[in-house]
Design a protein around this ligand. Structure first.
Ligand code: GTR
Length: 423
């Protein structure tokens, strides 16, 4: 096992001052931890060793040093189908809205799952993409049938949010990133959950969201090795999958998890932990997502922990400007998806997320895929702009443009799912 933080962490002067680096010549030399060398220094050479020992070991390192440990499912959530319409979106979709309530009483957190399925679902259960959204389920489409979220919202007035609450004007504010009809036309369902239902995205000491549900007597915030917001978001994705797996119109073994940016980090962590997800997509996920921490290019561990102290576990701060001491790096979170298909998507102008670091992490997850009989990225250099690598079980593209989700991105993920999802 890895060294415990208490025994090996000693404050030391940082080798590189904290400032944002966008110069590739200034990327430090680094050595990545080898996912196929175990904690006692032995080479992992069989699929059985990976499955029985090494996979769990890496997962624990990510829990202890990056995202924090997290609880299992809430034992008996109240799950209620609140609404359904068999002819939504001008007859193209079945819409279902399910509310999960964790615990009793008015203050019990609730999580709303919005699901669209193609009306042609009578042909049999369909594969579904599940992703968290930033601004409430009502933001992904102007469909007036979507319940307007009453949860705390981060947004400003120009996104239809007033005093941190959504107004009618917020409907469809993120629709550009969610081509619902197109996804349905391609034969897939789409499910989404507002991340703020699990944990509102601000640093409140974890008094809201799902964290307090699991506090032991006298506990008032997660311990230093316990989950932050990213953990809660990933946990919520698994709870969404619990519901989807009970839906006879959903192909339970063909649910993909996807996410953009901070929610791409959560999608990777959910996909790493929960092997029921059949495919994982991380879009522009950057630091704490698909980008290698050791490159210190764009956003760094120190800058992310400073700006978003509530995302990771507290132990993660020990690596501020000391990425080389992390016992894992982000190629290993991609490797935890193996042998399932995983797609890392970058955008060329998204320097903050370090596209090259995202590509390299995808590349260096390859040996684990190969051990498990799948092929990793088959290009040892970053591909041309808008030229996806999608033939093998690790997909990657470098899209033109900036930090965003586009229809073109969705088309690549749909093509990748067509090609690689189990039938
Ligand atoms: C940025 C953050 C990134 C990324 C992004 C987003 O401010 O530094 O790590 O998560 O937000 O989620 O849009």
């Amino acid at each position: 096992m890895g060294r415990s933080p208490a025994s090996w962490f000693h404050p030391q002067p940082a080798e590189i001052p904290m400032q944002t680096n966008y110069d590739k010549a200034l990327v430090p030399d680094y050595e990545l931890p080898d996912p196929l060398i175990d904690g006692s220094g032995h080479r992992v050479s069989t699929a059985a060793q990976w499955r029985q020992q090494r996979r769990g070991e890496i997962l624990q390192l990510f829990e202890a040093h990056v995202y924090g440990s997290m609880p299992g499912p809430w034992a008996d959530p109240n799950v209620r189908l609140q609404e359904q319409d068999g002819a939504a979106l001008a007859g193209r979709a079945i819409r279902r809205q399910t509310r999960l309530r964790f615990g009793d009483g008015d203050r019990a957190p609730t999580m709303d799952l919005l699901l669209y399925l193609p009306t042609a679902v009578s042909a049999g259960p369909v594969p579904v993409f599940l992703g968290l959204n930033f601004s409430g389920n009502h933001s992904i489409h102007s469909d007036p049938g979507i319940h307007l979220s009453t949860s705390w919202m981060r947004g400003q007035d120009d996104t239809g949010v007033s005093n941190h609450r959504a107004t009618e004007a917020a409907r469809g504010s993120q629709a550009r990133r969610w081509p619902v009809e197109h996804i349905l036309d391609r034969g897939y369902g789409l499910a989404t959950i507002y991340c703020g239902d699990l944990d509102p995205d601000f640093d409140d000491g974890y008094s809201n969201g799902v964290h307090p549900l699991f506090y032991r007597a006298g506990q008032t915030r997660p311990g230093p090795g316990e989950w932050g917001a990213l953990g809660a978001w990933a946990w919520g994705l698994s709870r969404g999958l619990d519901v989807l797996q009970q839906d006879p119109d959903v192909a339970a073994t063909r649910v993909s998890v996807m996410g953009h940016s901070r929610l791409g980090k959560a999608a990777l962590w959910a996909g790493a932990r929960d092997e029921r997800f059949a495919l994982v997509v991380a879009n522009n996920s950057g630091c704490g997502g698909a980008a290698l921490a050791r490159r210190r290019f764009g956003e760094t561990v120190a800058s992310i922990n400073k700006a978003f102290p509530h995302w990771f576990c507290d132990h993660h701060r020990q690596y501020d400007e000391r990425e080389h001491l992390l016992p894992v790096d982000q190629h290993e979170i991609i490797a935890l998806a193996a042998p399932r298909p995983v797609y890392v998507a970058s955008a060329v102008e998204d320097h903050w997320a370090d596209p090259k670091g995202e590509y390299l992490a995808a590349l260096h997850a390859g040996p684990v895929y190969e051990l498990l009989g799948k092929r990793g990225l088959d290009s040892s250099h970053i591909p041309q702009i808008d030229a996806p690598l999608a033939e093998t079980s690790i997909g990657y593209h470098l899209r033109s443009g900036g930090h965003d989700v586009t229809n073109w991105d969705w088309d690549q993920w749909l093509d990748f799912a067509d090609r690689h999802l189990p039938s």
